[in-house]
Design a protein around this ligand. Sequence first.
Ligand SMILES: Nc1ncnc2c1ncn2[C@@H]1O[C@H](COP(=O)(O)OP(=O)(O)OP(=O)(O)O)[C@@H](O)[C@H]1O
Length: 262
Amino acid sequence: MTPTESTMEDRPTDAERYSAIHTDGLTKAYSETIAVEELDLEIETGTIYGLLGPNGAGKTTTIRLLTGLSPPTDGSARVGGVPVGDREALVDHIGYLPESPPIRGQFTGREQLEYHGQLRDMAPRKIDGRIEELRERLELDAVDDRIVTYSKGMRRKTGVIQAIMHEPSVVFLDEPTAGLDPRATRTVREVITELADNGTTVFLSTHILPIIEAVADRVGILNEGEILTEGSPEELVKCIEGDDPTLEDVFLSVTADPELET
Ligand SMILES: Nc1ncnc2c1ncn2[C@@H]1O[C@H](COP(=O)(O)OP(=O)(O)OP(=O)(O)O)[C@@H](O)[C@H]1O
């Protein structure tokens, strides 16, 4: 082996060099509105990271930046070592549950999921197996009915299955339990924990505090596009008991939510 070959082999890949999610001064401005401001994140593989913040805090914008759907106006980000600008490379190893999943009403749930699996180059047998496994896990009994007949919760379950069926290494979930009943909420929480136990990194955004407390390893509190504080759920509770008036305002809006789920 020549010295050059040895050097090449020893050199870490981008996936090894960077944490699962790495951002550096990530910023998104819409004319006068700064939706996300100088976000610096380091999220290790297998972590469940919860982004908590009130309506309009910048949670969806952050996820859209990290999934390459929205270009930053400043700063940079990598997911699994891949720059978010390289969306073609990115989609292979990310899963995304948007606030409103782009699902086609005229399809059945199964057809929608098969279509997604094909887009992700999954083998037909793998697609069938994963749909069956996850349909059962999430109790989506109506998988062969047309999506147009689905309730909000059934659409959400379909969206969750779509986000994870191709076994991505990083999963982004925007308000994953919105519209779900308590039983389905508990199942989704369990699925999130199982994903992380298997080494998947999960980035979830919500304005519902109990979800974060139940599953997250680390929490970032986002307000007006800025991370106010970051830490474990236990540290978050300590912050609630503190006397920072800005944090108090944010917590009031996330804890007093009418959709509060347990
Ligand atoms: N396409 C856009 N054009 C202009 N402003 C936008 C756009 N998208 C988001 N914004 C603004 O950016 C800010 C952050 O919005 P974002 O949707 O990221 O918040 P959020 O935390 O996800 O809110 P919610 O909990 O209500 O979904 C808001 O002030 C919003 O009005």
